[in-house]
Write a protein that binds this ligand. Structure first.
Ligand SMILES: [Zn+2]
Ligand SMILES: [Zn+2]
Length: 337
């Protein structure tokens, strides 16, 4: 975007951050322990405030908004309906809240927004000819029931002892150590699983029949995050299976599910950052994923894992990365011809 005007936007109204997208310091080679530690504990950093905020949401959900595990031993309508209602409410609160903040009350104006184009209305690409209504419908009618289904299976599995085997001799130190380690690793698990699931969805057949529906959202808003085909919902939320295999406690699985459910609200906001006052702005991986929606064939994962860089699909937002992407796609086309 070399034709930038004085206000930082080009003639098409596009804006991009000055800084290139960088991978998280855990991916640096050779390793830089000091940088990793500062990133891990700093503010804003890996733990504070974003991932820690979602952990608090998970702990509140588990403590006050989830029935006792013993009561969920058999699959009964009352507790499944309770979870579904609670998840619908949380989703409306978060996605709806961000949509109101950014697009209805425009509290940030156009500051840090990647484009000036409005979300689509009167467009045949979307149900009800309206992007926001389409996105809300797909999120609530399919997305929420799918991740609630994974949550139901999680509790039922733990309550019946099918999941979460605890070695009685392991002792509290090993239990709590493992428990905390899995909480800390959950965002990385999410990034790695998302990368591979997403690459799979870009295989031609699956892209055409399933994933293209999510990509109808070229411009994105918070509700675009979970606007997916039902098959994509099932693949996307299967990230919790990692916790089914590793976790000793259902809270680990709940955190993994909630990260998958809630992170897309901000990463699809269409804004680089959510500004909270003059000194704090939350970056939910927004520019990284925005470029995927814009160009399709880059940035399949996130900045927490080096997979895009490893497989040559990383786009850091610069003109050089743009040229490299075009060269890569041209080479693929020529090889296929
Ligand atoms: Zn997306
Ligand atoms: Zn995609």
């Amino acid at each position: 975007m070399t034709d930038t005007t004085a206000n930082g936007r080009n003639a098409r109204g596009e804006w991009r951050p000055e800084d290139r997208i960088a991978l998280a310091p855990i991916n640096y080679w050779p390793p830089r322990p000091g940088t990793v530690l500062r990133w891990f504990l700093g503010f804003p950093g890996y733990l504070w405030p974003y991932n820690a905020f979602w952990l608090v949401v998970t702990l509140v959900t588990w403590t006050w908004l989830t029935p006792d595990l013993a009561a969920m031993k058999s699959l009964e309508l009352w507790w499944i309906a309770l979870l579904l209602g609670r998840n619908l409410a949380l989703t409306v609160l978060l996605f709806g809240g961000l949509h109101l903040y950014f697009y209805v009350f425009a509290r940030q104006g156009e500051a840090l927004r990647f484009t000036l184009k409005p979300l689509a209305t009167d467009s045949r690409r979307f149900l009800f000819r309206n992007q926001v209504r389409d996105n809300v419908f797909r999120s609530l009618v399919c997305g929420v029931p799918v991740f609630t289904g994974y949550e139901v299976l999680t509790y039922w599995g733990f309550a019946n002892g099918y999941l979460g085997y605890v070695d009685a001799d392991a002792g509290p130190l090993l239990f709590w150590g493992w428990f905390v380690a899995l909480l800390i690793l959950a965002p990385v698990v999410h990034a790695v699983h998302f990368y591979f699931g997403h690459r799979l969805l870009h295989v031609r057949f699956l892209y055409r029949t399933v994933h293209s529906l999510h990509h109808r959202n070229v411009e994105v808003g918070p509700w675009s995050g979970l606007a997916m085909h039902p098959v994509e919902h099932i693949i996307y939320f299967s990230t919790v299976v990692v916790q089914w295999l590793l976790a000793l406690h259902p809270v680990n699985a709940l955190y993994q599910i909630q990260l998958a459910a809630f992170l897309p609200a901000l990463s699809h906001s269409g804004f680089e950052k959510l500004k909270l006052g003059d000194h704090l702005a939350i970056d939910g991986g927004n520019h990284f994923h925005y470029l995927h929606h814009k160009y399709f064939e880059c940035n399949y994962g996130g900045s927490l894992a080096p997979l895009d860089k490893l497989f040559g699909t990383f786009h850091d937002g610069s003109d050089e990365a743009q040229a490299a992407m075009h060269r890569r796609l041209r080479a693929i086309r020529e090889a296929e011809a």
